[in-house]
Write a protein of this length. Structure first.
Length: 352
């Protein structure tokens, strides 16, 4: 299989070109066409030599994953089903926010091995990891579609690794993709613009010092081991004690927080004892709690708490001195909300 052009950091592409007898500076030219101009038609690049073009044509793969379905929610959230070259599909979601922010929720695996009991994706099992070129390709395919269909102002500004898959289970590919997203001569996304969310893979959390310094979110969802194990079987292997000892080793710059995602589920983890538990568990200065009201999906066994309960939960945590936000539910009508991503080609009412 030919190597994907989208799997190379700029430094790696320079080295690769040199190893193939091509000019080092051609890597910068190629990066500029692809990541600055979103132009993937290499024959149309006037400043790139014929030798480099021939190499790309014969030795490399510059095809992007294919968008095979898209859905638009009433709130502006767009959901895409993206097909890789082996026909496997993943879902990616574009979420609009204030100040023209446009966040892309990226998938990092086809399916997921973690099997969280509240998660639609978790019911698929893991099919395979995505390569770095496929992760970057998702971004470029959707970014390019937005530019063409919605105009030059529609630029993706942020990334969250919260789609299908556990990103740290695919550590090296997600790390390489992140380096490519952050490249100054390319997409130039800043470290505060990228967030990686993990279910709590302790050995990989301990390797985060070897990862670009992006935002980290931990899916916590419970303050007690028995309840967390019920929601996230991974807690059997990496319990709260091991998880928090690994979290302490995450290198954090001044004024940065670890975000703790807390899926709020009716009559399960939305009581006073849960507030006390979180208050005991989380260090005040470096923690932020993000409450995610559970999104019900067809067949889900859990329920969403009432709006009053959600607000009470937030206020109670704030009163304990914990910075606490509530994540707005987006894309509910197209099943694009968190935990609802699962390739649904067979579901007719999702098609537009
Ligand atoms: S919530 Fe995330 S880690 Fe858990 S099963 Fe779903 S995709 Fe995997």
């Amino acid at each position: 299989m030919r190597p994907s052009l989208f799997s190379y950091s700029l430094i790696d592409l320079r080295d690769y070109f040199v190893s193939q007898g091509l000019a080092k500076f051609a890597a910068d030219q190629v990066y500029n066409w692809i990541y600055r101009k979103y132009n993937f038609d290499f024959e149309s690049w006037p400043n790139v030599s014929a030798k480099v073009k021939a190499h790309i044509k014969n030795e490399m793969d510059i095809t992007l994953p294919k968008i095979v379905w898209k859905g638009l929610s009433e709130d502006g959230t767009r959901k895409f089903l993206v097909q890789m070259s082996d026909k496997q599909t993943v879902e990616s979601v574009v979420i609009p926010a204030k100040n023209n922010r446009l966040t892309l929720c990226l998938s990092t695996q086809v399916g997921c091995a973690i099997g969280c009991t509240f998660c639609h994706t978790g019911t698929m099992g893991l099919k395979r990891h995505l390569g770095a070129g496929e992760i970057v390709g998702q971004f470029m395919a959707i970014g390019s579609w937005l530019l063409q269909e919605e105009g030059p102002e529609t630029r993706l500004t942020n990334i969250v690794y919260m789609g299908q898959g556990e990103p740290l289970h695919n550590f090296d590919n997600v790390k390489n993709a992140t380096i490519i997203f952050m490249e100054d001569h390319g997409l130039c996304l800043g470290q505060r613009k990228i967030t990686l969310s993990t279910s709590g893979l302790v050995p990989q959390i301990e390797r985060l010092s070897d990862f670009p310094p992006i935002n980290v979110a931990i899916s916590l969802h419970a303050s007690r081991d028995d309840m967390r194990t019920e929601l996230m079987p991974i807690n059997k292997v990496y319990d709260l004690k091991r998880l928090f000892s690994a979290i302490q080793k995450i290198p954090l710059k001044a004024h940065r927080h670890i975000t703790y995602e807390y899926l709020l589920i009716k009559d399960l983890n939305d009581g006073q004892e849960d507030i006390e538990g979180l208050s005991r568990l989380l260090p005040r200065k470096v923690s932020k709690v993000n409450i995610i009201p559970f999104n019900e999906y067809p067949g889900s066994k859990f329920k969403r708490p009432s709006d009053e309960r959600i607000i009470w939960f937030q206020k109670s945590l704030l009163a304990k001195g914990l910075i606490t936000t509530i994540r707005a539910t987006k894309g509910q009508d197209i099943l694009a909300a968190c935990g609802q991503l699962k390739s649904e080609l067979e579901t007719p009412n999702l098609w537009n």
